[in-house]
Ligand binder design. Structure first.
Ligand code: ZN
Length: 273
């Protein structure tokens, strides 16, 4: 039985706005400006989703921001009704999301939000450490005033959230704000291929965190972000890389990797509310 609250959460998850950290196409480096806008912070109003890429992005965002939980069934008919598109279009969108292992989709079965194994979770964290160390090292080697200004704006955004006390782990807004720090560094580092891989692996990390749960009070340590930025600012590439690795070691340690039975939201039932 799904509560009215959970049903509303699932509906909002799928019908949320078109803010688009797409996995397959890197967001522009200045996108942090858009992410700072009040409309984005509140959650933009639902817009028509007519193409597969937009639908895939909305599903991805809902998973990454912990609004769609692991194990949730993604019925093609329901998704078609929600987005007002054909099942063919829905299947195109699911195909995009499945490429990044955020959903499982076996022949003749409904797609489901993925439930990564412990081994997969460890592999995801190891890969993320390698990629994020590379972006931090790269950016520290050439960060200019404009890039540093964007990073400081991001840090201030985080600080504001921390001061507000609304940084609970697993909240959509918290996950988005702290995740933006890593997406911004990847974008500013100047290697589009690396940035695309960071986007993919950060989405999978987020899925691992929500599936297993974490003991951290927030998605990331704001203080550690401050230290990484300080190393980038003084051009200390090795320190930036090591601090970033340490950041993810701490995050991985906080994730309670074990057999898990998370709550599952049935899509159709949820949408009746
Ligand atoms: Zn972080």
């Amino acid at each position: 039985m799904v509560t009215r609250k959970a049903a509303g959460k699932a509906r909002r998850a799928l019908a949320s706005g078109s803010r688009a950290p797409t996995l397959h196409r890197a967001r522009p480096a200045n996108s942090i400006v858009a992410a700072n806008s009040p409309a984005i912070a509140r959650g933009a109003p639902a817009a028509a989703a007519t193409d597969a890429e937009t639908i895939a992005t909305r599903i991805t965002d809902a998973i990454v921001e912990h609004r769609l939980l692991p194990g949730t069934r993604l019925g093609e008919e329901s998704l078609g009704e929600i987005f007002g598109v054909s099942r063919t279009k829905v299947r195109e969108a699911l195909f995009i999301v499945a490429r990044y292992k955020l959903i499982t989709w076996e022949p003749s079965k409904s797609a489901c939000v993925a439930q990564p194994s412990v081994q997969e979770a460890r592999d995801v964290f190891e890969t993320r450490r390698v990629l994020e160390a590379a972006t931090a090292r790269r950016l520290a080697g050439h960060a200019g005033p404009a890039q540093l200004r964007l990073l400081h704006q991001q840090i201030e955004r985080e600080a504001k959230l921390v001061r507000s006390g609304d940084v609970k782990s697993g909240t959509a807004y918290g996950a988005r704000v702290f995740g933006d720090f890593h997406r911004l560094i990847a974008d500013l580092a100047g290697n589009a291929v690396l940035a695309a891989f960071v986007r993919e692996i950060s989405a999978r990390t987020s899925l691992v965190e929500v599936y297993y749960g974490t003991t951290m009070p927030s998605a990331c340590s704001h203080d550690e972000h401050v230290e990484v930025l300080a190393a980038i600012e003084r051009g200390d590439a090795e320190a930036a890389a090591l601090l970033m690795i340490g950041h993810f070691v701490h995050i991985e340690k906080s994730v309670m990797l074990r057999d898990s039975a998370p709550g599952v939201v049935d899509l159709r039932e949820a949408l009746r509310a």
